[in-house]
Write a protein that binds this ligand. Sequence first.
Ligand code: 5GP
Ligand code: MN
Length: 326
Amino acid sequence: MTFQAQWAEASAAVEAAQKILIVTHVNPDGDAIGSMLALALALREQGKQVTTAVDGGVPDFLGYLKDSGKVIGRLKRGHFDLMVSVDASDEERTGIAGAFGRRRSQRVINLDHHPTNTGFGDIHLVLPEAVSATEVVYEWLSRMGHPLSQPIATALLTGLVTDTMGFRTSNVTATTLGIAQQLMQAGASLTEVTARALVARSYSTIELWKRVLPLVRLEDRIISGVVAQADLAAVGLVDVTDGGLVSLLASVQEAVIAVVFKETREHRVEISLRSKPGYDVGTVALSLGGGGHTQAAGATIDGPLEAAIARVMPLLRVAAGVGAAA
Ligand code: 5GP
Ligand code: MN
């Protein structure tokens, strides 16, 4: 099917549906919640009955987005005419909410911007060249002729700002800035979105970094850090996070790849990967059952930590051009 036909089919599916469920990926970021809420706001304005759900709900720092309080953290009931998955490259990433929704929905739209998208679902709105899932939602809304209200524009700009780290990633083009301009003209505040969704961090994050930074290593142009459950517990963080440490490590001039290994409560290991242009971590993440983009990717693999590190580092050496291909 041509892309034009996919847009038309997606719009027709929305038109025919009354009860619509929107889900996104677990451990949601600004793009996940921004694309979910922008679409939800628009479809509600179109008179649809919209349910939004992601396991664990919306992180506190995204609470400024309109209707974030309506997002369900544990989806347990409902039947839907249509489910839309946003910003998730594979079905597993949509967690319990996605699995439940899939069973209770007649059709599934897969809206995403990850080049590693597995092509799940019935209708595919996957634009790998889009800098964020909110850019795909923006494109769809403009094709539907849906006007940009201030809350919708704010949610869309949130994904644009967070996934591009404030318009700094290598995929940002004049078109990206043109979309940002439209969103600001619709009333979104770049200052506020940047401050809340990108810059602000809690003091516990600094405490976490104080523990973790002394053990950071730079070897073979790969800079690596480890966040164990004990580190998170010591600073009172419940969610598995590096607080953005991987971005800090990726800024190191001497490194071409940055990696952070994070231990989950179930003793699995979440891996965050970043690379400089010319080095591909998306393919590495995909080979580990995860996904992402060429320059920012991730996967969740079996622990314990030491085993995960021993498995992943040789793959990264190959990606960094310093190890022999297996
Ligand atoms: P982050 O390091 O910020 O958590 O994630 C960076 C990128 O990698 C995002 O595009 C995210 O969707 C992807 N990613 C991170 N963890 C996983 C994972 O466990 N599975 C998949 N499929 N993608 C992931
Ligand atoms: Mn995204």
